[in-house]
Design a protein around this ligand. Structure first.
Ligand code: DGL
Length: 264
């Protein structure tokens, strides 16, 4: 494995692009491979066994393409599959988890809302996270059914989307939550609407940037930082229908994408 090899980044769909943009900004010389496992989303409502099998399969594909490090740009996949992934591959693997720790540090009301998939919230990893980092804060865990589909369908700013978001936030805001944690990588794409609904007094946190920093630290530590002058290139793959996935990806990424079919 050489420092000139690409970094593999994956999610169930387009959500991980919210992490990829931070990675590209922080590591502009790295080549990146992004995989959207669109044929199998959403991961959130699937069994732990199913999600684990997908994580291993996508990771195997990225390793076979020569990845020097992996980023699991999905909270659900991290919660359910990262231990097995780390046991299987020796390269640096960086995962995502809801930002309970920074939220507990910055709440003034003592009430935190965590927005995530039911798969993440039901996982042992999330229970451990709460145990370790919530401190005296009251954590309200809110599953958000349908939010991933809103982003994937491109309808994230529709009146229906706003209504769904308002409905999920209502109990949290009513209970006095002053910090909302975006515990799914799709949700940063709903951030504008979420902050309009929540209002100026509520802080919204996501961990995409922290994950990019952790990736930089890990590959630096392993002597794997790319040493080149040219800008890195990004290759995009999906296991889903290219014509359906590409337009949404391009809107979220903000540039044309030569999307390729993933065959595992
Ligand atoms: N983006 C994934 C996450 O961070 C979840 C999406 C899904 O349910 O497929 O949890």
């Amino acid at each position: 494995m050489t420092s000139e090899a690409p970094i593999g980044v994956f999610d169930s769909g387009v959500g991980g692009l919210s992490v990829l943009r931070h990675i590209q900004a922080l590591l502009p010389h790295e080549d990146l491979i992004y995989v959207a496992d669109s044929a199998h989303l959403p991961y959130g409502g699937k069994s732990p066994e199913f999600v684990r099998a997908r994580v291993l399969s996508v990771a195997d594909t990225l390793v076979a393409r020569g990845a020097k490090a992996l980023v699991v740009a999905c909270n659900t996949a991290t919660a359910l599959g990262i231990d097995e992934l780390r046991a299987r591959h020796e390269l640096p693997v960086v995962g995502m988890e809801p930002g309970v720790k920074p939220a507990a540090e910055c709440t003034e009301s003592g009430v935190i809302g965590v927005l995530a998939t039911s798969g993440t919230l039901a996982s042992r990893r999330f229970q451990n996270l709460m145990h370790k980092h919530a401190g005296s804060a009251k954590v309200m865990a809110q599953p958000c059914p349908g939010w991933v589909e809103l982003v994937e369908s491109g309808a994230w700013s529709s009146p229906l989307a706003r209504e769904k978001l308002r409905h999920a936030l209502h109990p949290l805001l009513h209970a006095g939550a002053d910090v909302l944690v975006l515990g799914c990588t799709h949700y940063p794409f709903l951030r504008t609407t979420l902050s309009e609904i929540a209002g100026a007094g509520v802080t919204i946190l996501d961990t995409g940037e922290a994950v990019a920093r952790e990736l930089k630290r890990r590959i630096g530590q392993n002597g794997l930082l790319a040493n080149r002058d040219r800008a890195g290139v990004v290759d995009f793959f999906t296991s889903g229908a290219i014509d359906a996935v590409r337009p949404v990806m391009e809107r979220l990424w903000g540039a044309p994408i030569a999307l390729q079919a993933l065959t595992d």
